[in-house]
Ligand binder design. Structure first.
Ligand SMILES: [Ca+2]
Length: 340
């Protein structure tokens, strides 16, 4: 036992010396042999207890105490995923073709509130402005005062019914014409895992404001990239006939990037790992479940930036379908350094 203890101490001494001196620089003095069975109180014979301290703590004597020098290990997000995008096997996991005669409440919840939007929007969201007919979801905004709001409209979400991480979303829709409309197909985090808005992220698959009728917008918001700072990440695309014809808005959400398309034309690609070696959740909170939202707001900081034209009502946002596909290969994907 004593030899083991002494050898261990000697080994530690060697390690210490080799760490701070040039190799072969000095002869190490071997401590004199001590018989711990006889000399039980000798300091070299005291049994050393090595505690398995938790991260962020350090052993002091026989207890673990807080380590003031500890820094949380930084987890890099949206980097080091290896997958073959060309050969992902996508399966349909959510689909609403709006073929019935009313909103499918197994998939969606309709809002009923004057506070459904924020952004100084002017609508009261009620389920009453939804119709499902001709294979379409129709959200119609009306010039109608309700609970102090001058307009009514609708907003539906899949929050408690469908949520997902990574996948392709397709929304085929026709935009609501007129100055003052603000339609969107977008996604919010199911849980505020990284904190309140915008820290846990927001993905705006498509936004449209009626006063700028030839443009469609796609945006992500994160802790450091969001519109109130003017740092949100996104872009827009000029497309004809947005409010007279249906167009397909597509989100491709992968473990390391998000792409937005309209009619298969790229609007914007967000890939923080291209610009930063180690993105954190403040740039990429998009590794958690999100849910779908469709709504037609009236007025507000953006939609109402040029006022609201009361002659446009009723005006309707029409959605032909919402589909979500997920790839088997990405279901449990983890970060792996590419061996090449
Ligand atoms: Ca349909």
């Amino acid at each position: 036992m004593s030899k083991i203890v002494n050898s261990f101490i000697f080994f530690l001494l060697l390690l210490t010396l080799s760490g701070c001196q040039e190799p072969d620089s000095e002869v190490v003095t071997i401590p004199e042999e001590i018989d711990c069975e006889v000399d039980v109180d000798h300091e070299d014979c005291e049994e050393e207890i090595i505690l398995n301290c938790m991260p962020g703590t350090i052993q002091e004597g026989d207890e673990c105490v807080e380590d003031d020098d500890y820094e949380e290990p930084k987890i890099c997000k949206a980097v080091d995923f290896v997958y073959d995008e060309e050969n992902l096997t996508y399966n349909l996991v959510f689909s609403d073709e709006f073929d019935g005669t009313e909103l499918n409440t197994d998939l969606w919840t309709a809002a009923n509130t004057p506070y459904g939007g924020g952004n100084n929007e002017l609508q009261y969201y009620t389920p009453n402005n939804i119709t499902v007919e001709d294979g379409l979801l129709k959200i119609t905004a009306e010039l109608e005062t309700k609970s102090g709001k001058p307009y009514t409209s609708s907003k539906i979400d899949s929050r408690y019914k469908f949520k997902f991480t990574y996948g392709i979303v397709e929304v085929r829709a026709k935009q609501p014409a007129g100055k003052g409309t603000w339609a969107a197909a977008w996604m919010m985090p199911a849980l505020s895992h990284y904190g309140g808005w915008p820290n846990s992220g927001e993905i705006d698959i498509m936004e449209y404001v009626g006063y700028d009728a030839s443009k469609v917008h796609a945006t992500v918001h994160t802790e450091i990239y969001y519109h109130q700072l003017g740092t949100q990440k996104g872009s827009s695309k000029n497309v004809e006939n947005l409010d007279t014809e249906f167009h397909v808005y597509k989100l491709i959400w992968l473990p390391d990037r998000i792409e937005f398309h309209v009619d298969d034309m790229l609007i914007y690609k967000y890939q923080p790992g291209k610009y930063q070696s180690c993105p954190g959740s403040s740039q990429w909170p998009f590794d958690r479940d999100f849910y779908l939202i469709l709504n037609l707001a009236i007025g507000g900081d953006w939609g109402g930036a040029q006022g609201v034209d009361d002659s446009i009502f009723p005006t309707t946002f029409e959605v032909d379908y919402v589909k979500v596909y997920q790839a088997e290969e990405l279901e449990n994907i983890t970060q792996t350094k590419d061996p090449s």
